[in-house]
Design a binder for this molecule. Structure first.
Ligand SMILES: Nc1ncnc2c1ncn2[C@@H]1O[C@H](COP(=O)(O)OP(=O)(O)OP(=O)(O)O)[C@@H](O)[C@H]1O
Length: 375
């Protein structure tokens, strides 16, 4: 059982005025695949490096399997780490790169060989064991870096943007390989990325961060379906959620120009109960919740907006439409059968039942019960 507890962790760098990480509180379960996700500079790597022991913890406690680790040296934490730049030794073969850490730890030769062969087998690296890193592709190098973590047989893997140096296609296939590897090895894993797609597709749970603070912790679907605030709503999902500044009054939201939408009763009651009648708020709707099919427009005539297509991208089964109403631009993902061209005047139906409302000042989601930070 390897559980990791981040108990109200804080980090302030010597030359920093503010905390780079503030009050990071998380219990990681045995075998869990956790992804820290957020924009550049939000404190993901700093948190990971505190867990690895590469940075001091300013305040708070780090526990691994119940034991406080704050002052334990990195080499004694039994953690394997995979970095963005692979950190391979260029003068060593693939075999030696994977064996090196074990040699340093005085493993027996036969044991080292068995571990390296096993990792090479899992990662499809057998044909390359005698090559040097320069003679490998980016994906193969990244696999060697993973191999070096696997041979350690460590109960915890930490991965810091391990795929960001790979091209888009390779990233997708390595993403699946790492997920498969996790299912096979069941190692408690913390994975850092700024790519929300990686977070959504790989994580058991994601920790969404912004400027040193945890914004929300949950399964990918929890944070996608029930974002706690506007930041999480806008960060998770591609293309991003559309936001409109609106005023809510008597069951209708309006931007004071051409966008006026009836709010279904249940949602309107929540807004009424929480005192938003007559107030400004932020209205959010995901591109997939805006429709162009006639049947939808006929069913919800009070949520149809006359718009103009500015760009249309055919993605195969769906079409991504960039639209404009007055000066407001938004994006919709619609069925590709209704193909549109730039300049087309279109009627777009907003599925207000799926919309999200946020307080204009706090930017927190307006829901029946406040969305918890975790879960
Ligand atoms: N060694 C350091 N000394 C001082 N400040 C630092 C140091 N390392 C990081 N920081 C600062 O701490 C904050 C968090 O940085 P961190 O690298 O953890 O963010 P990140 O989310 O991992 O970003 P990225 O995706 O760009 O790596 C940033 O404001 C950064 O400038």
């Amino acid at each position: 059982m390897v559980e990791i507890d981040l108990d109200h962790l804080y980090k302030k760098y010597d030359d920093g005025e503010d905390y780079s990480v503030e009050d990071f509180d998380l219990h990681i379960k045995d075998k869990e695949f956790i992804v820290f996700v957020g924009p550049s500079g939000c404190g993901k790597s700093t948190t990971l490096r505190m867990i690895a022991g590469l940075e001091d913890i300013t305040k708070g406690e780090l526990k691994i399997a119940g034991k406080v680790m704050n002052d334990v040296a990195p080499k004694d934490r039994n953690i394997a780490m995979v970095f963005q730049n692979y950190a391979l030794y260029p003068h060593m073969t693939v075999y030696d790169n994977m064996a090196f850490g074990l040699k340093l730890r005085h493993y027996k030769k036969a044991d080292i060989d068995a571990r390296v062969q096993n990792a090479a087998n899992i990662l499809g690296l057998k044909p390359f064991l005698d090559r040097k890193p320069a003679a490998l592709s980016g994906g193969q190098r990244q696999r060697v870096a993973l191999g070096r973590a696997i041979v350690r047989d460590a109960p915890i893997f930490l991965m810091d943007e391990p795929l960001s140096n790979l091209d888009a296609k390779l990233r997708v296939s390595m993403r699946a390989e790492i997920a498969k590897l996790h299912r096979r090895l069941n190692t408690t894993t913390i994975y850092v990325t700024h790519d929300q797609t990686e977070a959504m597709t790989m994580a058991d749970r994601v920790v969404v961060m912004s400027v040193g603070h945890v914004q929300q912790i949950g399964t990918p679907s929890q944070v996608y379906e029930n974002p706690r605030n506007k930041f999480v709503a806008g960060f998770m999902g591609s293309p991003s959620m559309n936001f409109f500044n609106m005023t809510y009054q008597n069951g209708v939201v309006s931007d004071g120009k051409s966008v006026t939408l009836k709010v279904p009763e249940g949602r309107a009651k929540i807004l009424d109960d929480q005192g938003y009648n007559g107030k400004e708020l932020i209205f959010g709707i995901r591109p997939e919740d805006i429709h162009s099919e006639q049947a939808f427009l006929d069913t919800w005539p009070d949520a149809v907006i006359d718009s103009t297509v500015t760009v249309s991208e055919l993605l195969g089964a769906t079409e991504q439409l960039y639209l404009k109403v007055d000066d407001t631009e938004y994006i919709a993902n619609v069925n590709a059968r209704d193909f549109h061209s730039p300049g087309d005047a279109v009627k777009m139906g907003f599925d207000v039942n799926k919309a999200h409302f946020f307080d204009k000042d706090t930017e927190m989601a307006i829901t029946k019960e406040p969305v918890p930070l975790e879960g």
